[in-house]
Design a binder for this molecule. Structure first.
Ligand SMILES: [Zn+2]
Length: 210
C-alpha cells in the first residue's frame, strides 16, 4: 500500500501514514512505511521504526523505542521504559507495566525497564510485569502473566507464565522428542512446518515444565 503524504508548508513529503484521528506529538520520529491507525497517540521523543503497524487506540509513551516491522494490535499501551526490537508482535490488549510498587501517592517512583527482543510475540491480553526480558522469537500465550525473563524461542503461558515448550522462527512448536543434532551446550530441532533448524541451549531446555 502506497502511503505518501505531503506536509503542507514544510515543503517535504513524509512516507508514513497517520490516520486523521491519531495524535502524533512533535518530536516523535516515525519510519518510512509505518501506518498509525485510528485514535492512536504517539508521544514526543518516541521513535518508531519502518514498516510498523500501530493499531487503533495504541498509546506510545514519551521516549519509547520501537524497531522495524513491529505490529502493535488495538489498544496496547507501550509505557516509558519499554523497548521493543524489530519484528515484534504485540497482540490486542496486551498490557506492559513500568512500576513495581505502584501507589497513587508515591512521588519518587522509578521506571523499571522491560525489553522485548527481536521477533518475539506477545499474545492477546497477556500482561508483562516490568523488569523482564522477552527473548528473541519467544511466544507468550494469550492471557499469560509474565513475571520473569523468557528465554529465546520459549513458549510460555499461564499465570504465572511458565516455559511449556519451544517454538520455531515461524511460531510453530518444535517437536522436542526428535532432536536432529546435539552437543554439550545445546540441542537442535527441525521445524515440522517450515523446515528451519533451531538450536536451543540445554540450560533453557532445563526450564521446561509440563
Ligand atoms: Zn518453522
Amino acid at each position: 500500500m502506497e502511503v505518501e503524504f505531503s506536509v503542507s508548508g514544510l515543503g517535504k513529503s513524509r512516507s508514513y501514514f497517520v490516520h486523521p484521528t491519531a495524535i502524533v506529538e512533535e518530536g516523535a520520529e516515525i519510519g518510512e512505511g509505518t501506518r498509525i491507525w485510528h485514535f492512536a497517540h504517539v508521544r514526543t521523543g518516541a521513535k518508531i521504526g519502518r514498516n510498523c503497524n500501530i493499531g487503533k487506540g495504541v498509546y506510545i509513551d514519551v521516549g519509547v523505542e520501537i524497531g522495524d516491522r513491529v505490529k502493535i494490535q488495538n489498544f496496547v499501551s507501550v509505557y516509558r521504559g519499554v523497548k521493543v526490537e524489530d519484528d515484534v508482535f504485540l497482540g490486542p490488549h496486551a498490557t506492559l507495566t513500568n512500576d513495581l510498587y505502584p501507589r497513587s501517592f508515591n512521588e519518587d517512583w522509578e521506571v523499571v525497564p522491560t525489553l522485548i527482543k527481536r521477533g518475539a510475540s506477545i499474545g492477546a491480553n497477556a500482561t508483562i510485569v516490568c523488569g523482564v526480558t522477552i527473548g528473541e522469537y519467544a511466544m507468550v500465550g494469550a492471557g499469560a502473566v509474565v513475571t520473569k525473563d523468557v528465554p529465546p524461542h520459549a513458549l510460555v503461558y499461564g499465570n504465572p507464565a511458565r516455559v511449556r515448550g519451544f517454538v520455531c522462527y515461524c511460531g510453530r512448536p518444535l517437536d522436542l522428542s526428535k532432536p536432529v543434532k546435539e552437543d554439550e551446550e545445546a540441542v537442535t530441532f527441525r521445524c515440522g512446518h517450515c523446515g528451519k533448524e533451531v538450536r536451543i541451549p540445554r540450560k533453557h531446555l532445563a526450564l521446561l515444565e509440563r
